[in-house]
Design a protein around this ligand. Sequence first.
Ligand code: SF4
Length: 100
Amino acid sequence: MPLAAEWLYSKLHQPHPQVDRVEIDRRAAICGACPKMENPCISCQGTRRRLVQLILRKKPSYPVIGNCGVIKSDLSADIEMVQGPDLTPGLPEACWKRTL
Ligand code: SF4
């Protein structure tokens, strides 16, 4: 099975507990003010939005938010998921991932 298909299959079959709307909004506001946030490639946005919707099993709350330039994650999915603290080097002091 090709790598992308394996990744998608594993994401679709893993549970993805999600945080509440207050926490989603808090994370989105922090990312929105963060210099590390990058805008996604316009041509990828449609595909990306559909994949995130499949993974979250709902429409993302912030479908056009960008990507994290440090973690290289898609923030429209990332800000909605329950996760532990992340101490990846390069995350700014104010990053919500550092203080979970
Ligand atoms: S470093 Fe943290 S706050 Fe900044 S874009 Fe990435 S996840 Fe968001």
